[in-house]
Design a protein around this ligand. Structure first.
Ligand SMILES: *[C@@H]1O[C@H](CO)[C@@H](O)[C@H](O)[C@H]1NC(C)=O
Ligand SMILES: *[C@@H]1O[C@H](CO)[C@@H](O)[C@H](O)[C@H]1NC(C)=O
Ligand SMILES: *[C@@H]1O[C@H](CO)[C@@H](O)[C@H](O)[C@H]1NC(C)=O
Ligand SMILES: *[C@@H]1O[C@H](CO)[C@@H](O)[C@H](O)[C@H]1NC(C)=O
Ligand SMILES: *[C@@H]1O[C@H](CO)[C@@H](O)[C@H](O)[C@H]1NC(C)=O
Ligand SMILES: *[C@@H]1O[C@H](CO)[C@@H](O)[C@H](O)[C@H]1NC(C)=O
Ligand SMILES: *[C@@H]1O[C@H](CO)[C@@H](O)[C@H](O)[C@H]1NC(C)=O
Length: 769
């Protein structure tokens, strides 16, 4: 799976091309969002029909007739989300947007998709043995929970979805197992449901053939993410023998459901908002407890975004939505899925590496990472050439250094180890180009932005991915001698590596550019070289050229870290079925750690100290999350106050919820009772309010502060006494810029409430105005 999320521009180009080449000139698929339904959570057939008819009536009043509206509408969202998807032209869309019942109208945009050792690293087990204090045992392996994911579908025959030893399907399940056209698809007591949604995709791609009428995963991404969240135990899982161990999901006894909303990318994007919303609406009414959503694109205003709208309705129905932060790091301001009603997950390393060494002719050794199945044909040094020196006649050396298609001269490359510079994240594709050019091996060196995180990929030739620093050594050696030589050793699995975790460079970073008062990402979890179930429809390189097949594959991305958190949420849901999504999010965030396995502050991929813009509250610590002491809880009302503060008026709020809500006079977005505290515009003395709920034993908690640089900060009151479980107490944080040395950029601190047993920690983020 490609890791890049960088193509909003491409998408706009795509829209234009597609639109001009289709029959309905200048018409495009739009979402018309109407908020909540007037009917209750389990609508009757008559209520659903009346909801659909109201959509026809509303649109019909603009298009001239009800029939025209029926023709234009290709989805009516009738269960929880109120709205429809329709093919409209720009003028029609603008007119409809003025209707008083309409909250937003936006293009159905395309979005991108963003093992064995990671649970050991997270403390759920010790070398495969699950100890008695593990949240896994305490939460009965997540057996009461239903986890859904919106992704590329599922490979139902994977052993990760075996239902051996599982009891009857929980009574709360109301979904279906949608079979496609000759797809041989079936569900069982583990994989209890599946559905596919393709009309939003068809609105761009045109007529679809039978391969688009199935929930079967032809990509691998969906099987990987779903098995990471809730896969069964599968002993002896490995990728070509590497990383051999028992594969399992975070909630290995949970039931899982696949909502296929992602299809083969059209110019990079394959998951369209219209399908994503249909997936959410179905998942909410099917009765899932947790939704894992490893996809996204450019951040948009909250209610102009299918994932944000879908997760708003999911959270209102008690479903915890976990999403990926995106893979556009390390640049600031790249984080996606930034609404406060979802848990946004960054990606970091674990303490396992798939290591290979590159021996250079001058006796230097460089450490690389790989999961290549093959070794160099014989145990000897090979000539080494840089892409720049192997340039085809019609390209520059700088261009050839990237080893892209059509830039290399086969005659110069043949039989050699090729050294290439990585400027994006299409690592496997570079390997393929090297192989096509006749190289016997490849060394792929990070550019400065890609930093130190090296990814083990199932390359099609012997290969090693090395850091930026090592890349400089490599290219200097090539320059230093007329006949550079090298050797690549076979891959070794190394455990207990340090430092770990550190942040992946690709993981998208804060600040949150849509709502600066909410810190995003929220948390980090393992996302590099994660081994989990795969599809047998394509090879592990995920590209047509790869003819190999493997039931498990190693993948990297925030797509992989997201379902780790979803799996842990599944355990917490089993333990605490009555906790709100916000309480679960708070428990996960306030118990996270910010130090690595050397007990040093967690590092970024550049090996500089990482900040909350990389990891949010820190690295997830599941065993602590089951006993947080206090939580920052949120109710539906809190979200509405937050929407007031974002400028929605009371008539719009009525549409969101079908209820009357009075906007409070003094409520800032930074007052939302979120487990992190962000003040993006400190100017004079400012006060932020929070409310803690006791979910443990009675006790007195006192505040410990590490104030951000240049800010003087106090907490009132300093102590909170809780006499019973469920009790709530308010406190205020008073912030003031220090007169001298007012910093211009963001500054970070923390607030910890502790009773001596629990440490309820929140990151503090401040920017002076
Ligand atoms: C929604 O609002 C309408 C009109 O006020 C009311 O009749 C209906 O009962 C409400 N529905 C729910 C589920 O509260
Ligand atoms: C179905 O369509 C896809 C995309 O256009 C194409 O790649 C595939 O070969 C087609 N499959 C069949 C069986 O027609
Ligand atoms: C994985 O480990 C198991 C148990 O140690 C062993 O039986 C199996 O052969 C190993 N598989 C591979 C591919 O190395
Ligand atoms: C260079 O020429 C080759 C054929 O001679 C062509 O395939 C390739 O696309 C060209 N590359 C560029 C960057 O123009
Ligand atoms: C190697 O030589 C090339 C071309 O002479 C130059 O652009 C590059 O900076 C050199 N690289 C190193 C690491 O010295
Ligand atoms: C609420 O906001 C909408 C959209 O900006 C506007 O059309 C409407 O008139 C407003 N309603 C009131 C009561 O202010
Ligand atoms: C900061 O606060 C002062 C006093 O309230 C106000 O006059 C000023 O405009 C504020 N600065 C900014 C940049 O908003």
């Amino acid at each position: 799976m490609e890791l890049s999320f960088r193509s909003h521009f491409l998408l706009s180009v795509l829209l234009l091309c597609l639109v001009h080449s289709t029959a309905f000139a200048l018409k495009k698929p739009y979402i018309v969002y109407l908020g909540s339904h007037a009917h209750g959570p389990e609508p009757t057939a008559a209520e659903i029909e009346s909801a659909t008819n109201s959509h026809y009536d509303l649109l019909g009043s603009y298009l001239g007739s009800n029939e025209k509206a029926q023709e234009a509408i290709f989805y009516s969202y009738t269960h929880h989300i109120n709205g429809f998807a329709a093919i409209l032209d720009e003028d029609q869309a603008a007119e409809v947007a003025k209707h008083p019942d309409v909250l937003s109208v936006f293009l159905s945009k395309g979005r991108k998709l963003h093992t064995t050792r990671s649970w050991h690293f997270l403390g759920l087990e010790r070398n495969g043995v699950i100890h008695k204090n593990s949240i896994l045992r305490k939460a009965r392996f997540g057996e009461d929970t239903i986890i859904g994911n919106l992704d590329t579908g599922v490979w139902p025959e994977s052993k990760s979805f075996s239902d051996e030893g599982m009891g009857p399907i929980p009574g709360k399940w109301r979904g279906i197992c949608q079979r496609g056209i000759k797809d041989g698809f079936s569900c069982n007591r583990k994989l209890i449901g599946a559905r596919y949604f393709n009309k939003g995709y068809a609105a761009y791609a045109g007529l679809l053939n039978s391969t688009f009428y199935t929930a079967r995963d032809h990509d691998g991404h969906g099987s990987h993410t779903l098995s990471t969240a809730g896969g069964s135990l599968v002993p002896g899982a490995s990728v070509f023998g590497y990383g051999n161990g028992t594969s399992k999901g975070g909630s290995p006894k949970a039931r899982v459901v696949a909502y296929k909303v992602c299809w083969p990318p059209l110019e990079d994007v394959g998951c369209f908002d219209a399908d994503v919303l249909a997936g959410f609406d179905a998942a909410i009414s099917d009765g899932v407890d947790v939704l894992s959503v490893s996809l996204g694109d450019e951040p948009a205003e909250f209610f102009m975004d299918g994932i944000v709208i879908g997760s708003f309705h999911a959270a209102r129905n008690g479903i915890v939505v976990v999403s990926s932060a995106g893979n556009s790091g390390p640049q600031p301001g790249t984080v996606l899925n930034v609404a406060p009603w979802m848990i946004t997950v960054a990606a970091s390393t674990i303490d396992r590496e798939f290591t290979t060494y590159i021996a250079l002719g001058n006796k230097q050794h460089l450490k690389g990472s790989s999961l290549s199945a093959n070794e160099l044909p014989s145990n000897k040094f090979y000539p080494l050439i840089s892409g720049a020196d192997a340039q085809a006649a019609n390209v520059s050396a700088a261009e050839a250094l990237l080893c892209k298609a059509g830039t290399l001269d086969r005659k110069k490359v043949k039989g050699k180890i090729l050294a290439c510079l990585l400027v994006d994240n299409k690592r496997i594709v570079v390997g393929q180009q090297a192989a096509l050019a006749g190289a016997v091996g490849m060394v792929l060196a990070n550019d400065e932005a890609n930093g130190n995180d090296v990814v083990a990929d199932a390359h099609v030739l012997p290969a090693a991915h090395i850091s930026f620093v090592d890349g400089k050594v490599l290219f200097a050696y090539i320059n230093s001698t007329a006949f550079p030589m090298a050797y690549i050793t076979r891959v070794k699995t190394m455990l207990n590596t340090t430092p770990a975790p550190f942040m992946a460079s690709f993981s998208s970073r804060g600040p949150n550019i849509v709502e600066p008062a909410i810190l995003k990402p929220d948390i980090t979890a393992p996302g590099l070289n994660i081994i989990a179930a795969y599809t047998l429809a394509v090879g592990p390189a995920g590209q047509d050229f790869d003819k190999r097949k493997t039931p498990f594959s190693a993948e990297s991305g925030t797509s992989m870290s997201c379902p780790h958190v979803a799996g842990i949420v599944g355990l917490l849901k089993t333990l605490y079925p009555s906790w709100s999504p916000a309480a679960i999010q708070s428990a996960i965030m306030t118990t996270a750690r910010t130090r690595d396995n050397k007990l040093e502050p967690m590092l970024d991929a550049s090996f500089a100290k990482a900040t909350p813009f990389s990891y949010g509250a820190g690295h997830i610590r599941p065993n602590r999350a089951m006993n947080p002491g206090l939580v920052y809880d949120l109710t539906a009302n809190d979200y509405l106050d937050f929407l007031c503060a974002r400028g929605y008026n009371e008539s719009q709020l009525r549409l969101f919820t079908n209820e009357t809500h009075r906007c409070p006079k003094h409520f800032k977005t930074s007052d939302l009772n979120y487990p992190s505290i962000t003040v993006p515009d400190l100017n004079g003395t400012m006060v932020v309010t929070r409310r803690m709920k006791n979910v443990g034993t009675p006790g007195t908690y006192s505040a410990h502060i590490k104030a951000p640089a240049g800010v003087s900060l106090s907490v009132q009151p300093q102590n909170l006494k809780f006499e019973k479980c469920g009790e709530e107490k308010e406190f205020k944080v008073v912030l003031k810029p220090k007169v001298a040395g007012k910093p211009v950029d963001h500054v970070f601190g923390k607030l910890i409430w502790s009773d001596g047993v629990h440490y309820v920690r929140s990151p503090l983020v401040v920017k002076h105005q």
